[in-house]
Design a protein around this ligand. Structure first.
Ligand code: G3I
Length: 377
């Protein structure tokens, strides 16, 4: 049975041509062409639900892409330029006076703030995209590096950001339910995390404590992918609960303010798993944000390497709609929904060669069926 409000999407899908996937929106009666600068801003549609975000790079500034961001999104996250590999000195500094490389991040932050947007910092402590010297040495050295990096970087941006992804992707893949129900400390990545190898699991709380001290107002997040996996979700739940129980008054509130569910999904992701994890995290009384949303609809990462065609576009639209129905239902628990990509042409899965057409816009910036299912899920 097709609900009445899905009919425009179906009509619109029929207008697809096999060779050209630009999409013409449909208002219900007359078919109209709608472009990103005519479509009702996503941030306006969701203003009573949650913040709407997308990613930004310095090359987006002073271009049409920045106009697009300003129209549809009220929040931005730097896709790469606030990561340690971009901002930390590339080599181990001889002195305590580290020469950070803040200029590109500063450009992004000030342009976004001037445009009235909010900015999320991504990310302080990660096993990836960080110079190796930061995690080289004995425990004392690496802990000193961690505290210096976090406090100086969070201090540099203090007062300008709404949130920091303080620790990113600390949990390892392939957790069993026995792992998840044991100590969260044993669920952390070890061999591939220089931080955990050198410092041990306390690196997590040390990073949060340093960030809280450096910028007491910014919301501090733990951010990870596959948090719709029940075992990974349980491990994160246990970690956040434990740390917040041990630090209930870190600067007047529990140490970890929020959980970021990255949400790199695909058309076969079971939306129920997403809802179950949102439910679980909401019981911790922390913020929940969807921090890196994309939904792959084609390509070699999906079983059978399905092609990008009308059917894939419609399945993707249905999946975005299912996700947004859940986000709306849990709006009181969700602070922000951030997409990880403006258009398919510049999406990270396109650039890394895996494809997948994960975003709401075609590479020519025409609106995909997925865009319209987000506007009306
Ligand atoms: O800038 C260089 C360019 O000069 C060079 O020619 C080119 C050749 O490979 O590489 C360019 O750097 C790439 C960079 O993105 C900018 O495009 C890196 O190789 C590439 O590894 C890097 O990928 C980023 C990836 O994180 C790295 O892990 C993606 O853009 C970025 O979207 C992605 O974002 C992550 C989140 O931070 C955390 N969660 C997962 C998410 C997706 O992987």
């Amino acid at each position: 049975m097709i609900a009445g409000n899905q009919l425009p999407i179906l009509f619109a899908a029929l207008l697809f041509t096999a060779c050209n996937f630009s999409f013409k929106g449909n208002t219900g009666n007359d078919t109209v062409s709608e472009t990103w600068d005519e479509a009702k801003p996503l941030q306006e549609i969701y203003k009573n639900y949650f913040l709407m975000g997308n990613i930004i790079s310095p090359s987006d500034l002073n271009t049409m892409r920045f106009d697009l961001l300003k129209r549809h999104y009220n929040t931005v996250t730097a896709e790469n330029h606030m990561k340690p590999s971009y901002m930390a000195p590339s080599a181990n500094p001889a002195s305590d006076n580290w020469a950070y490389r803040f200029s590109e991040a500063d450009r992004i932050v000030s342009a976004a703030l001037d445009a009235g947007m909010k900015v999320v910092g991504h990310t302080l402590i990660w096993h990836s995209q960080s110079p190796a010297w930061l995690t080289t040495g004995n425990k004392e050295t690496v802990l000193a590096n961690l505290e210096k990096y976090v406090s100086e970087v969070a201090g540099h941006f203090a007062g300008k950001l709404i949130a920091w992804d303080v620790v990113n992707e600390a949990m390892r893949d392939g957790l069993t339910s026995a792992d998840a129900n044991g100590s969260w400390r044993n669920c952390l990545r070890l061999t591939d995390s220089g931080w955990n190898r050198a410092i041990g699991p306390e690196y997590i709380e040390r990073a949060f404590l340093a960030a809280r001290a450096a910028d007491p107002h910014v919301k501090l997040y733990y951010n990870d992918y596959n948090l719709n996996n029940p075992n990974k979700a349980r491990a994160v739940f246990n970690m956040v609960r434990d740390i917040n129980e041990r630090y209930p008054h870190a600067g007047g509130r529990p140490l970890i303010d929020g959980i970021g569910m990255q949400s790199h999904h695909h058309i076969k992701t079971n939306p129920q798993t997403v809802e179950t994890s949102i439910n679980l995290f909401s019981s911790l009384q922390v913020e929940i944000s969807i921090t890196e949303l994309d939904i792959l609809a084609a390509g070699k990462l999906l079983e059978g390497n399905p092609p990008w065609n009308n059917g894939a576009a419609q399945q993707q639209a249905d999946q975005y709609a299912a996700m947004f129905r859940i986000f709306k239902a849990y709006a009181s628990d969700i602070t922000r929904v951030t997409f990880w990509g403006i258009d398919d042409g510049t999406h990270w899965r396109t650039l890394d060669g895996n494809g997948g057409h994960g975003t709401l816009l075609n590479k020519d910036y025409s609106l995909k069926p997925a865009f319209f299912s987000v506007t009306n899920p």
